[in-house]
Ligand binder design. Structure first.
Ligand code: COA
Length: 466
């Protein structure tokens, strides 16, 4: 089990990455040059076409001046071919209706006990938020549809307390919903579910959003609320960690999230803890990414979807899910990220033909189709390999990508029975020494590599035993 770590000294941190300790990258950065931004957007457009995004919207946002812009942005996503499903929260709206009609409900540990008297008002509150969304979608020339695609059952009696018509999701009719998405509609899923004999239940919208996202095998689930992400309290042991920006995690993988909940539950506020636990359920259920973002910020959804510079918290399955064997289509991007270092004399010049020949040795680091780094591992016999061409795009430097690529390549080498990995470097020896490499003599190189050694470059030779 990986552990969330407090910020350690750089060397310690770098070495621990190699030992499988958590590193959570800081995704926040200002958008780079406009060309790169446009490329990123095109990449995302291609990637997300026909993918399902489930968006849970906190109804507390609905009165804010920027709310119509949020809906406009959602319609833009829909217009690019993303299949959007909306799950509105209705807590505030239900509270307002209950208050208006002088009906009180009891809430226990955040769960409302829905009495038969309150149920019609709960439905009215839920329908009000759905109607608000329908109006705003219509304003943006998009077609929403509200429906009863969710089967529910009673939460029942817990610790002696009967929750009456408060329910939980039993099943989501994914086939029916996919049909609506095929027709270009935006389904709106209210927090009301029905059992097989038509009895209605009041559901938790966030849990509903997770169930819908799982049933539709959504690529992304968004929790759009008024928090900026999964927030940590200031005095927790890792509040200084570099991956926490303004008190909020920029990203967490499943294992890290589980460790956080298990080992430091008090480090999170109630809301963050609840969101994290729901997000982990969604990931375990097959949703690729979960994003917790602040809907009060203009353009937050577009930024989260169309750039790798997210503002909220992104949760995903696996820390290594960004590392893949290089494909032919990666060659132009590999050459592009290498070029600034070739110009500075840090790396030797490579061309497309050479890369095609060497491609099988290359590994790339990609986030949402954006190539951020690469490295190569070439075997010399059975027990020795050379690590080369390690590059991280300067726009993404300093987030642990370089160390992660090295760690991954070393782990792969070890699994393949390699005992020693060496590399040649002119200007990056300190970086590798922090990861455990030591300087060795040129004479230790495999003979064929020694022959190809460029005396003019006068590189240092570093090696690590596995
Ligand atoms: C070296 C390189 C891969 C590091 O990538 P990265 O993703 O920024 O690395 P990480 O985030 O894992 O580590 C960053 C740390 O490495 C340090 N670092 C980066 N380049 C370094 C160098 N040339 N020498 C010493 N340390 C270096 C950074 O200062 C930073 O230190 P800090 O943790 O104390 O702040 C990247 O800078 C690069 O592409 N360099 C040019 C190509 C190169 O030299 N490749 C190696 C030849 S095989």
């Amino acid at each position: 089990m990986k552990k969330i770590k407090a910020k350690t000294k750089p060397k310690e941190a770098a070495l621990k990455r190699g030992a499988g300790t958590v590193t959570v990258r800081n995704r926040s950065r200002s958008l780079g040059g406009s060309i790169q931004t446009i490329r990123e957007v095109f990449g995302y457009l291609r990637r997300y076409r026909d993918q399902v995004f489930v968006i849970k919207i906190d109804d507390g946002l609905m009165g804010l001046p920027l709310f119509p812009l949020l809906i406009r942005d959602i319609v833009l996503l829909h217009q690019t071919g993303i299949r959007v499903v909306l799950v509105p929260g209705a807590k505030r709206s239900i509270d307002t209706v209950l208050q208006k009609y002088g009906t009180r409900t009891k809430t226990v540990a955040g769960v409302r006990v829905t009495t038969p008297e309150a149920m019609p008002l709960v439905k009215l509150g839920a329908s009000n938020v759905s109607n608000t969304l329908l109006s705003l979608l219509a304003e943006n020339e998009a077609h929403g549809v509200v429906g009863n695609w969710v089967r529910a059952r009673a939460l029942g009696v817990r610790d002696g307390l009967d929750y009456k018509q408060t329910g939980r999701v039993e099943k989501v009719d994914a086939v029916l919903m996919q049909g609506l998405l095929d027709d270009g509609l935006i389904p709106i899923v209210p927090n009301i579910g029905w059992n097989t004999v038509g009895r209605d239940y009041n559901l938790n919208s966030s849990e509903l959003a997770v169930a819908v996202a799982k049933a539709l095998r959504a690529t992304k689930l968004f929790f759009v609320g008024q928090e900026s992400g999964i927030a940590v309290v200031a005095d927790c042991p890792f509040a200084e960690a570099e991956e926490i920006q303004a008190g909020v995690f920029s990203n967490l993988d499943l294992e890290e999230g589980e460790a956080l909940l298990k080992d430091y539950p008090k480090a999170l506020g109630t809301n963050s803890r609840e969101l994290l636990s729901l997000a982990l359920k969604a990931l375990s259920g097959g949703v690729e990414r979960v994003h917790v973002v602040n809907g009060a910020r203009d353009g937050i959804l577009l930024q989260e979807v169309f750039s790798s510079a997210g503002q909220g918290t992104m949760l995903y399955m696996d820390d290594y899910d960004h590392i893949h064997p290089a494909q032919g289509g990666d060659i132009p991007e590999i050459l592009r990220i290498m070029q600034p270092y070739v110009d500075k004399g840090v790396l030797v010049q490579r061309d497309a033909e050479g890369l095609i020949r060497e491609l099988e040795h290359f590994t790339v680091y990609k986030v949402d189709d954006v190539l951020q780094g690469c490295g190569a591992l070439k075997p010399y016999g059975k027990s020795t390999a050379e690590l080369s061409a390690l590059v991280v795009d300067p726009s993404y430097a300093g987030r642990g990508t370089g160390a992660k690529l090295v760690t991954y390549l070393l782990q792969r080498a070890k699994k393949g029975g390699v005992k020693k990995v060496f590399l040649l470097t002119t200007q990056t020896s300190d970086f590798f020494m922090r990861l455990g490499f030591k300087e060795v003599s040129v004479s230790t190189l495999p003979p064929e590599r020694r022959q190809a050694f460029n005396l003019k470059r006068n590189s240092r030779v570093l090696a690590i035993s596995l």
